[in-house]
Design a protein. Structure first.
Length: 284
């Protein structure tokens, strides 16, 4: 149980996190209905048209090298038609999440943390295909992977100098959560859970933010296990901003997946990293 001084430090840090803007309402709505089919492209398009930054970002993405458009896309309707519903939902969630930390994205270290989060979303999505009986992409997997590290992003934004010093000064094998706890009264998992609750994000996102450093469970492989494996794989591919105690091999990481997924998921690491980097650059 936390002592009085520890509780005071923890509450004070959560107060600092209130400086962060609320998660955009459009993204919250999209997240709430990801597991249902009761939201249409037209409804999302109406929200996008009312948000100039979101509309501009969508057009920039549609015209990026990632999609190889045959001609310049100059209308939202063209962009929506080309991207499709699934990509549209992913874009809204990704753009909205980035906007919460946009003012500090000019800092290279924070940008690296963001790219790690986005890389984890892409890895989670690939793993969801391998783990799904129908081999379909999972919206929830992408979102949980994208938002699992909101606590680290939040701590960095409200304590930029202190958190940068903590990350750059940590030696390999250091317990980063313990360092955060000592420096700020909470670690980034606790901060992530608090932010996810404050923003009204779905329960699977709250759990991913709080428990992504736990080892995969021994029971039925679920969404949270998938995110934990995705975090390990993202780190092994070189996207983490900290130095791991010991780099895991692709073979060892694949062994954490259900047996059928191990057969379906066997990428060449360098090619996978190159593919992810191309997508990250397109989102930048």
């Amino acid at each position: 149980m936390l002592g009085t001084s520890q509780m005071s430090a923890s509450n004070s840090n959560f107060q600092d996190l209130q400086q962060l803007p609320q998660f955009p309402a459009i993204a919250t709505k999209v997240l709430r209905v990801l597991s249902h089919d009761d939201i249409t492209a037209r409804e999302i398009a109406d929200f996008i048209r009312a948000d100039a930054a979101l509309a501009s970002g969508l057009l920039s993405l549609a015209n990026s090298s990632l999609y190889h458009a045959r001609e310049h896309i100059n209308s939202l309707q063209q962009a929506l038609t080309m991207l499709g519903m699934d990509e549209l939902k992913r874009f809204v969630v990704t753009f909205s999440a980035k906007s919460c930390f946009q003012t500090a994205m000019r800092l290279d270290l924070l940008r690296a943390i963001w790219r790690h989060s986005l890389a984890c979303a892409l890895v989670s999505e690939e793993l969801s295909v391998a783990c799904s009986p129908s081999q379909s992409r999972g919206d929830q997997a992408y979102t949980a992977g994208l938002l699992h590290n909101i606590g680290r992003l939040g701590l960095f934004v409200v304590h930029p100098r202190e958190y940068a010093d903590l990350l750059t000064g940590a030696v390999p094998g250091t317990d980063l959560l313990a360092l955060e706890q000592e420096a700020f009264g909470v670690n980034h998992c606790e901060a992530g859970r608090w932010l996810a609750e404050r923003w009204g994000l779905p329960e699977e996102v709250r759990v991913a933010a709080a428990e992504h450093h736990n080892p995969p469970g021994a029971g039925e492989f679920d969404l949270q296990d998938l995110v934990r494996v995705a975090v390990l794989l993202t780190n092994t591919l070189g996207f983490d901003v900290t130095v791991a105690r010991q780099a895991l091999t692709m073979q060892r990481i694949r062994a954490s997946l259900p047996r059928v997924a191990q057969y379906r998921f066997d990428p060449e690491p360098d090619l996978m990293k190159q593919r992810i980097n191309e997508k990250l650059d397109a989102f930048d």
